[in-house]
Design a protein. Structure first.
Length: 98
């Protein structure tokens, strides 16, 4: 009904279902996080992976780069390492080098 009333609404929710597929497939694996804190850490990593893809980043390469930088990165500027900021900064750097 909503789709019929507003043509801007998607006819299906396939995009949302595809985004949640990784969560559904790994659900049983999450039982072995070890603790609530381990589960929260796993959720944070999955969130980073899930947001790296839509920002045009290879999740493995992105996490590798973040892990290499995080020890020397100022804690008050950690948001610069989030996928959307990282992608924008990487693009700016590439444009300046060209």
């Amino acid at each position: 009904m909503r789709y019929r009333d507003d043509g801007r609404v998607e006819i299906d929710n396939n995009a949302a279902e595809r985004a949640l597929r990784d969560v559904a497939l790994g659900r049983k694996n999450y039982l072995f996080a070890g603790s609530d804190a381990g589960g929260e850490r796993a959720a944070a990593i999955y969130s980073l992976i899930g947001t790296a893809r839509p920002n045009g980043l290879d999740p493995e390469a992105y996490l590798r780069e973040v892990f290499n930088r995080i020890a020397d990165h100022p804690v008050n500027r950690v948001e610069e390492l989030l996928p959307w900021h990282f992608a924008a900064n990487r693009t700016d750097t590439l444009e300046r080098a060209a």
